[in-house]
Design a protein around this ligand. Sequence first.
Ligand code: C5P
Length: 317
Amino acid sequence: MTAAAPGRRPGPVTVRVPAKVNVQLAVGGRRPDGFHDLANVFLAVGLYDEVTATPADTLTLTCSGPDADQVPLDASNLAARAATALAARHGLEPRVHLHIAKDIPVAGGMAGGSADAAAALLACDTLWGTHTSRDELLALCAELGSDVPFSLVGGAALGRGRGELLEPLPVGGTFHWVFAVADGGLSTPAVYKECDRLRDATGQGATTADIPDPEPSPALLAALRTGDPAALAAALDNDLQPAALSLRPSLAATLTAGTAAGALAALVSGSGPTTAFLAATPEDADRIATTLRTSGTCRTARPTTGPAPGATVVSGA
Ligand code: C5P
């Protein structure tokens, strides 16, 4: 195998990639393959990781940022798996060093690992000059994880299937958010398992035969389309929230603190434990973040906006 394709970029390539919040996460029953069909309305938000790809003799990984010690730096890291998958697709060895500058909460329900995988794919494709088509990149993303295609695309999108089949959604304005970061992460498989357990325990059953097919909310899609924060607040919905609260009961206090501080609505972000607060204005978002930071119910709170663009090459292209 060659070190890289002809025409590869000589220098480092840096890709910036956003976090996401699920403004609707409707979870169907457990499928025979263990996954759940979703109606998953993703919104990319302005917390970003950056992944820098530099030519190297072998695949190596480093990470910086406040939570860097929680990021695995071996072959199990989704960014490393992305580089390996792209190299294999083109008959190359993954001779690359990946550095992740991490600002997205780790194991926080904001798709940080998925974001790094999408960023690594785009950075390596640019570095190696492999010119992978958008459709092929999206297919590789879907093989790596259910949320990875959305990290590449950004904006807002409806994810069907296990979340990987995307339909872009129009958004008619900028929404103001605060994200309260919890101490420690939650395991996504554990939260889905708890969702199944709670459904079984309440007699609903947990399989596709028991649970109605998940559908996107027309009111929610309209609120995104018109950019109306009050209407979006009324339609926010996360079927994983009871499971996340069951595994991490302390999140209830965070949700209450943000609501008391003036949020239009509060919900758990994806599988948690990050919690998300929708604000009416940027000033409200700043005030809610300040209040949450001193509430003793979270580690920190970050105001930001959505939608945000998907994975983007910011230097070295
Ligand atoms: O696709 P990804 O690797 O991110 O999924 C992680 C885990 O989350 C899966 O192994 C599964 O337990 C759960 N999951 C699910 N249904 C989905 C997406 C994820 O059950 N649609």
